[in-house]
Design a protein around this ligand. Structure first.
Ligand code: WTA
Length: 651
C-alpha cells in the first residue's frame, strides 16, 4: 500500500446515525436483483396515476423503449397538485434568492399550483396544445420552473436552452424543434448588472417560420424592442389568467421535453424524454440518493435549469417528492466568493448538490471562506458532471461537510435522464473518486471492444480500463433524438449492437472491490466545467471566421475546469499579416458569439499544418499530447510526422 493509503482513509462508511434514518437500505439492491421489473413497478407507484399501467416494459422495438405501457398520468399534477391535495399546500416549494443581494421570494406549493395553472391557461390561450414545442430561454427565476411545469401540464414539450447560449445557438435549437412559442425575460443579472436577454431571442427568431409568440417575463426592467402582435408580457397574459386549471392525464410515453446536448458532430442533438418512466426514476433517485425528508430538509442543487441536472434535480425530482428547495439566480462569486455559503447559512440548507469544478474553485479561493460561515445545517453533499478527483472529494468532505456528511458522486447523462451510478447514502461505504456501483434497478458494465468484461485482477491490479455500457433498459432512458431515429441508433446502439447495449461514450474501470471509476469521455466531446461541448461545434465556429482555413480542437486537462478547450488553427494566406494576438482575440470572441462564452477556447495556436492520418482524419490524440506538453504518442500513422516540429515551434 502506498503512503497516501495509510495517511487518509480510503473508504468512508456511513455513520450509524445516518444509516438509521436513511431512506435507502441495502434491501433495495436485493429487491431489484430479485425482480427488476417488479421493482420498477413499485417505484412507479410512488407516483399518482390516473390510469394504472398494465405492462412495465415493452422492449420489443428495441432500442425504442416503452415503459409503464397503458398508464396515464399528468407530470405537473404529480409535482404540484397532489402535495396540495395531501394537505401540504403551505409548505414552501421554492425559496428563491435573486442575484442582487437582498432580493428573495418564497413560493408555497399552493402558490406554485396557482402560478402553474395560470400559465397553463395562458399557454392554452396562445394555442399551445399537447405535442407542441415551447422554447424556454430564461435565467434562474421561479417563472422558468412555472413555464416548464405549465408545458408538462398541457402535454407540450419544453425545450429549455441555457441562457448563456448565444442567439445563433438558440436559433438553431428553436428551428430544429419548430417551437411555436418562446418564453424568455427582458434581461438577466450578471454581477449586479442587468444585461439583455430578449435581444438574443429577437435575433434568433428573425427568420423563424414556426414561432408565433414570444412571451416575456419582466425581470430587470431594462428597455426591450417590441414586435407588436408577436411579443407579449408574461404579467399581462399569465397574470390575468385564471389560477385554476384541470390537468389532463397523458400516456406514460407522452413526450415531456427536448433537451439539446453536444454530440460528436457539430449539430446538437435534441434528446427526447417522456413522462412516466422519466418521472419514476427522477423521483426514485432523488428520494434515495439525496435522502430527502420533505418535512424538514432544505435542498439545494446549484445547476442551471438549462442542463439536465436542473431538469431532473431542480424541477422534476424535488417537486415530485414535495421538498423545499433553494433556487439561486446568480453565480458563486457574485457579489463575492462568500455567496453560496451565505445562502446555505441563511436558508439552513441541509442537502447541497454541485459540480466538481466549483469545488476545485472553492479550494482555490481558500478554506477561510467556508470557514467564516456556519454550515452545520448540511447533512448530505453531492457532485455531478465529471469525475471528482479524490483530493477535491476530501476537501469537500472536510471543508464543507465537516467530515460528518456522506458524499454522493452521481454518474449520469442528459441521455440517461437521471442518476445511474452512485452511492446510496446510509448504505454505501464510499471511496473518494469513485461513483461506486449502479443504483438498484440499474445495470452497467465495463467492457472492451468486443464486449468482454474488463475485470481487474489481483495480479494485474486495477489499471485495465474499458467502455462503460448500460446493458439493460432503464425507465428514464432517452427515447430518441428529435427527428433523427437513425442518429439515435448509430450514436448509442451500434457499437454493441450484437449485445443490445447502450454505449455511454465514457471510459471506466473497476477496482478490486468491483466499484466503477469513471475516466472521462472516449469520444470527441469535451467536458468543460461540467458543460458538454463537442470539438466539432467549436471547430465549425472557428472555420466560420473568414480568416481560418482549418481548425482542430481538443480538450486538455485543466486543474479547475476539468478540461479546457485548446484550438489549433491554420490561417488563410490573406491573413498572414494580421497580428497574431489580434487574430486570436477575434477568434475567441467569434466562438463566444457563435456558441457561448462557455465554449471560448483557453488557448488558440496558429499552426502551419495539422497532424492527419493518410485518410485525412485529424489526430486529436496527438494534439492533446501537445496541448498537455506530453511526449507524443504513436505517430506512425501520420501522413507527415514532421508536422509536429512546426506545431511545437508555434506554441
Ligand atoms: C460526465 C450531466 C464522472 C460523463 C448529468 C458523462 C461524470 C457526461 C459524472 C454527461 C460523474 C457526469 N463522474 N463523469 N459523477 N457525471 N459525468 O449530459 O462524461 O451534461 O458522459 O449530464 O458527464 O454530461 P451531461
Amino acid at each position: 500500500m502506498s503512503l497516501t493509503h495509510t495517511e487518509v482513509p480510503s473508504t468512508y462508511p456511513p455513520s450509524p446515525e445516518f444509516a438509521k434514518n436513511a431512506n435507502a437500505t441495502a434491501e433495495l439492491y436485493r429487491e431489484a436483483e430479485e425482480d427488476r421489473l417488479a421493482f420498477w413497478a413499485k417505484q412507479a407507484n410512488r407516483l399518482s396515476w390516473e390510469t394504472p399501467f398494465d405492462e412495465v416494459l415493452d422492449w420489443s422495438q428495441a432500442p425504442f423503449a416503452k415503459w409503464f405501457v397503458g398508464g396515464k398520468l399528468n407530470v405537473a399534477y404529480n409535482c404540484v397538485d397532489r402535495h396540495v391535495e395531501a394537505g401540504n399546500g403551505d409548505r414552501v416549494a421554492i425559496r428563491w434568492e435573486g442575484e442582487p443581494v437582498g432580493e428573495s421570494r418564497s413560493l408555497t406549493y399552493s402558490d406554485l399550483l396557482a402560478e402553474v395553472s395560470r400559465a397553463a391557461n395562458a399557454l392554452t390561450g396562445l394555442g399551445v396544445v399537447a405535442g407542441d414545442r415551447v422554447a424556454i430561454y430564461m435565467p434562474m427565476i421561479p417563472e422558468a420552473i412555472v413555464a416548464m411545469l405549465a408545458c408538462a401540464r398541457l402535454g407540450a414539450m419544453h425545450s429549455v436552452v441555457f441562457a448563456g447560449y448565444s442567439a445563433p445557438a438558440l436559433g438553431a435549437r428553436i428551428d430544429d424543434a419548430k417551437a411555436k412559442l418562446v418564453i424568455t425575460t427582458d434581461g438577466q443579472y450578471r454581477r449586479g448588472k442587468a444585461v439583455s436577454l430578449k435581444e438574443a431571442v429577437d435575433e434568433a427568431v428573425k427568420a423563424s417560420s414556426s414561432v408565433e409568440h414570444v412571451l416575456v417575463v419582466r425581470r430587470t426592467g431594462i428597455d426591450v424592442s417590441w414586435t407588436d402582435g408577436r411579443d407579449l408580457w408574461w404579467h399581462d397574459i399569465v397574470g390575468n389568467a385564471s389560477p385554476t386549471h384541470t390537468p389532463e392525464a397523458f400516456d406514460a410515453e407522452q413526450p415531456l421535453f427536448l433537451l439539446y446536448t453536444s454530440g460528436t458532430t457539430g449539430a446538437p442533438k435534441g434528446i427526447v424524454h417522456t413522462s412516466g418512466g422519466y418521472l419514476t426514476q427522477s423521483s426514485y433517485t432523488h428520494f434515495n440518493v439525496f435522502d430527502v425528508k420533505p418535512e424538514t430538509d432544505v435542498y439545494w442543487c446549484t445547476a442551471d435549469i438549462g442542463w439536465i441536472t436542473g431538469h431532473t434535480y431542480i424541477v422534476y425530482g424535488p417537486l415530485s417528492n414535495g421538498v423545499t428547495q433553494v433556487l439561486y439566480e446568480g453565480t458563486p462569486s457574485s457579489p463575492d466568493e462568500h455567496r453560496h455559503f451565505e445562502v446555505i447559512e441563511k436558508h439552513g440548507v441541509t442537502i447541497y448538490y454541485t459540480a466538481p469544478t466549483l469545488i476545485r474553485t472553492f479550494m482555490k479561493w481558500g478554506r477561510e471562506i467556508p470557514d467564516a460561515h456556519d454550515l452545520s445545517s448540511l447533512r448530505l453533499l453531492g457532485t455531478v458532471g465529471e469525475n471528482i478527483n479524490p483530493e477535491a472529494w476530501r476537501w469537500y468532505a472536510d471543508a464543507i461537510g465537516a467530515n460528518r456528511t456522506p458524499i454522493v458522486d452521481t454518474w449520469w447523462q442528459t441521455e440517461t435522464g437521471s442518476a445511474m451510478i452512485s452511492p446510496l447514502p446510509g448504505v454505501t461505504a464510499t471511496k473518494p473518486g469513485s461513483a461506486m456501483t449502479p443504483l438498484p434497478g440499474i445495470s452497467a458494465r465495463v467492457v472492451d471492444d468486443h464486449g468482454n468484461l474488463v475485470e481487474p485482477s489481483p495480479e494485474l491490479g486495477e489499471h485495465a480500463s474499458g467502455y462503460l455500457v448500460l446493458d439493460k433498459p432503464w425507465p428514464s432512458m432517452l427515447r430518441g433524438i428529435w427527428g433523427d431515429p437513425e442518429r439515435y441508433k448509430e450514436t448509442y446502439w451500434s457499437r454493441f449492437a450484437e449485445q443490445g447495449w447502450y454505449f455511454a461514450g465514457d471510459g471506466a474501470r473497476y477496482d478490486l472491490d468491483g466499484n466503477i471509476w469513471l475516466l472521462g469521455r472516449v469520444d470527441d466531446v469535451m467536458n468543460v466545467s461540467g458543460h458538454r461541448i463537442s470539438t466539432a461545434e467549436v471547430e465549425s465556429a472557428l472555420v466560420g471566421h473568414s480568416g481560418v482555413a482549418e481548425a482542430a480542437v481538443v480538450g486538455a486537462t485543466d486543474d479547475t475546469t476539468g478540461q479546457a478547450i485548446v484550438a489549433f488553427v491554420i490561417l488563410m494566406t490573406h491573413h498572414a499579416d494580421t497580428p497574431r494576438e489580434q487574430m486570436i482575440d477575434e477568434l475567441r470572441a467569434e466562438v463566444a458569439r457563435e456558441i457561448s462564452p462557455i465554449a471560448r477556447p483557453r488557448e488558440i495556436h496558429v499552426v502551419p499544418e495539422l497532424p492527419k492520418t493518410r485518410s485525412g482524419k485529424i489526430m486529436r490524440r496527438l494534439l492533446r499530447d501537445v496541448a498537455e506538453g506530453r511526449e507524443l504518442g504513436d505517430t506512425s500513422t501520420l501522413l507527415d510526422p514532421s508536422v509536429f516540429e512546426a506545431i511545437r515551434a508555434s506554441k
